[in-house]
Design a protein around this ligand. Structure first.
Ligand SMILES: [Fe+2]
Ligand SMILES: [Fe+2]
Length: 273
């Protein structure tokens, strides 16, 4: 178990918000394109989080006793995230956007991931640890930028921030397990690079697929929306790029940037702690 692990924080599996955003075009105030960015990100969660769960379960017999309860809670939290986002995605589909190709693509990529075991049996766990860093640091960014998340419609905001808080809470779990299974730097950064390709490839595929079916605005209007929202998007992108490089630090640990107080404050304020 790495010395800087954070197992003293007990993880809680909560029931997620019951309601989902009703109009896929109005998820993000004033921008159909950004609304669809959130719809596209939501498409990735159910299958992606199932993959995360499988990748930690694969090493159940090598999980140290002190990490076991965190792994169990990690699985519970990710399963609940998948359930809530599945509801969101079904609504996107029912609203007239055929997004089934994204689920199919993810299914074929992730259900065959074990074929890469010849590279390293823990490659999937390494991808999970890296993507947990992405979700946790994006989550912290959301909590630090109320002017941005304040533009999400209330139900989308509740889901995004509840999910964000739990991503922050369990950010160390896959990473600490990977360290126990194989502490190799090459494995860690290899999973990081592969994870980024899978994540952003799927996200932009999903976004393109939805936007190609969006009839309410022209390509020119989409570009104009992007220009209007450039400051927020640039800031979000800059954070992602910085955190991408941060993960390459040899002594990196997910808890180095402890954003737990932000998550705890939000959960307490919403009375869902
Ligand atoms: Fe999650
Ligand atoms: Fe997670």
């Amino acid at each position: 178990m790495p010395a800087n692990s954070n197992t003293e924080h007990k993880l809680t599996v909560r029931k997620g918000p019951a309601e989902i955003p009703q109009d896929p075009r109005s998820v993000f105030e004033g921008s159909v394109v950004l609304s669809h960015f959130f719809n596209a990100m939501s498409l990735l969660f159910p299958r992606g989080e199932e993959f995360f769960i499988d990748s930690v379960r694969k090493f159940a017999d090598r999980t140290p006793p002190e990490l076991k309860s965190d792994v169990k809670a990690f699985i519970g939290q990710e399963a609940m995230h998948g359930k809530v986002h599945r509801g969101w995605n079904e609504h996107t589909q029912a609203s007239g956007y055929d997004v089934s190709a994204v689920a199919n693509l993810m299914e074929s990529a992730l259900s065959n991931f074990d074929r890469l075991d010849f590279i390293h049996p823990a490659l999937g766990l390494s991808v999970t640890a890296a993507l947990e860093h992405v979700t946790a640091t994006q989550s912290a960014w959301f909590l630090r930028h109320p002017e941005f998340v304040g533009r999400l419609e209330p139900k989308a905001r509740d889901i995004t921030l509840w999910h964000s808080c739990e991503e922050i809470e369990h950010r160390h779990v896959a990473f600490d397990l990977l360290k126990v299974v194989d502490d190799s730097y090459a494995l860690r950064v290899g999973g990081h690079v592969l994870g980024q390709v899978l994540l952003w490839g799927s996200a932009f595929y999903g976004l393109g697929l939805i936007l190609s079916q969006e009839k309410s605005l022209t390509v020119g209007e989409m570009l104009a929306e992007l220009r209007q929202n450039l400051p927020g998007l640039a800031e979000f992108t800059r954070n992602n790029v910085e955190q991408f490089f941060e993960y390459f630090r040899p002594d990196f640990h997910p808890e180095d940037d402890d954003s737990r107080p932000l998550a705890a404050a939000y959960l307490a304020e919403k009375k869902i702690a």
